[in-house]
Design a protein around this ligand. Structure first.
Ligand code: 2HG
Ligand code: ZN
Length: 471
């Protein structure tokens, strides 16, 4: 593995945040209580830096409301004071969408952590926005059910953040993303109005579906304070296999074939030898079977999973070997080769992160060519490619030198757009990609989004610097 370029110092560091006047802070304290208005640097610095370390902001303060009513009062305060708010959940986002680069006041959802009893008759649960994905998963499991959203940041990422970004995760291929699980929301709009529909009616054609609109709106329309989530049955058995291939070409072709043949695939992840090698090196893991590329495939169901996997692998060209795991700890061990990519890459320095969707037929030519195109711009750059093959979603991470970062972003996004893809599959736009949104959205769409935003948040107090391009 090549060492990363040394000068990855092209981070976005904001100006010193502005201080709030004492009476403004007193008003916030009156709303959420003295202990829940944070102003000391020690507390604010970690909340002001994104997970990757690429975006470094400076919050003016952070507030931790404990109820929807308190959130509404904070929004009212922001409107009166002309202050900008930024909602923050687990701070695991990858596009700077929760990093206060403009001295925003952070609204932490950490105290919005209520969890109701699982409704078995309707297979759903209602939780506060600050509850972690892992906590929802465990709560559902204790009731014998399952919350089908899952991704590596599960222990820290929150339901509210996953709604803001419409998070996808590893089981998207089978269950869809957060939007598909979202039955209702409670939220405070930018007007300060509260909408509350946690009745969880799955079939309900009574006009606009507000929960779907808020999902993926990146905190620009409302602060989501709670949600009703769909749960699914737990499968009797799950089998995970790491399958090695002689080339990325064989792995991609196999993935497409398998998805077309099997109804029981719950995850289908692509990795390459360099990424797996880096994970092994960084976390001292044993090298798995040797291959140029890998698929991590998971099948779940009631019976005959072995046979199903065997048949899939048998009918496939280019397989160099496979390892299969059925019990939880062995499955987790295989997943580490995939899930630890993000951590391993970040250990070399914050990368440029691309999270793209491509039409199926474009994946192979893109994977074949993008690293050399990037090297054409920056001969020191390292390009890592992995991701959710089953969803047509690749994660392309690039360690680049400072000067080349902007040109590499343009190159990759233009290439994705030219091939009919999306510049964000699941991480959102945040601040990292807003300048490129026009590559995916037409002028009419952008104008329409701007009008929707203005209707929900007429004073522009909610995440004003996120998602939509500057006026
Ligand atoms: C994943 O699939 C996450 O592991 C993170 O979406 C991807 O680090 C990335 O680029
Ligand atoms: Zn992902």
């Amino acid at each position: 593995v090549r060492a990363p370029p040394s000068n990855v110092a092209w981070r976005t560091v904001s100006d010193p945040g502005r201080r709030l006047p004492a009476d403004a802070l007193d008003e916030l304290r009156a709303i959420v209580g003295d202990d829940h208005v944070l102003v000391d640097a020690e507390r604010l610095v970690p909340m002001s830096t994104d997970w990757t370390g690429r975006f470094v902001g400076r919050a003016a303060a952070a507030v931790r409301p404990a109820s929807t009513g308190e959130v509404a009062a904070v929004v009212g305060w922001a409107r009166r004071r002309g202050a900008a708010l930024m909602t923050q959940g687990g701070n695991t986002g990858l596009v700077g969408g929760a990093t206060p680069l403009h001295g925003e006041v952070l609204v932490s959802t950490s105290r919005l952590n209520s969890v109701t009893v699982v409704d078995m008759a309707s297979m759903q649960v209602t939780v506060g926005a600050g509850v972690t994905i892992e906590a929802v998963q465990q709560h559902a499991e204790r009731a014998g059910l399952r919350y089908p959203i899952d991704f590596a940041a599960r222990a820290t990422a929150t339901v509210g953040g996953s709604i803001a970004t419409n998070a996808g995760g590893v089981n998207f291929v089978r269950f869809g993303g957060t939007r598909e699980q979202l039955l209702g929301v409670e939220a405070v709009l930018g007007t300060g109005e509260v909408i509350n529909d946690l009745r969880g009616l799955r079939k309900d054609n009574t006009g606009f579906h507000l929960a779907s609109l808020l999902c993926g709106s990146e905190g620009t329309l409302a602060v989501v304070t709670g949600a009703t989530l769909r749960l699914v049955p737990r499968p009797a058995a799950v089998l995970t296999a790491l399958v090695g291939f002689d080339s990325a070409h064989s792995a991609i072709a196999a993935g497409h074939l398998w998805v077309a043949r099997s109804t029981r695939i719950e995850a289908l992840e692509l990795m390459r030898a360099d990424g797996v090698g880096l994970v092994c090196e960084q976390f001292a893991l044993p090298t798995p079977l040797r291959a140029a590329a890998y698929l991590l495939v998971e099948v779940a169901g009631e019976r005959d999973l072995d046979e199903e996997l065997h048949e899939l692998v048998e009918c496939t060209d280019g397989v160099t070997g496979s390892a299969v795991a059925a019990d939880e700890s062995a499955r987790r061990r295989l997943w580490r080769y995939r899930e630890d990519h993000t951590l391993a890459i970040n250990r070399l320095g914050p990368p440029l992160k691309f999270d793209i969707t491509l039409p199926g037929a474009e994946m192979q030519p893109f994977v074949d060519s993008i690293a050399s195109q990037v090297r054409g711009v920056d001969d020191e750059a390292n390009t890592w490619i992995f991701g959710h093959l089953g969803d047509g979603n690749l994660h392309v991470n690039v360690h680049a030198t400072t000067d080349a970062a902007g040109r590499i972003e343009s190159l990759v996004f233009t290439e994705v757009s030219r091939r009919g893809g999306s510049i964000s599959a699941e991480h959102g736009i945040g601040v990292a990609k807003r300048a490129f949104l026009h590559l995916r959205r037409s002028p009419a769409e952008l104008a329409w989004m701007g009008r929707v935003r203005a209707a929900f948040d007429p004073d522009g107090v909610l995440n004003p610097h996120v998602l939509l391009p500057h006026e």
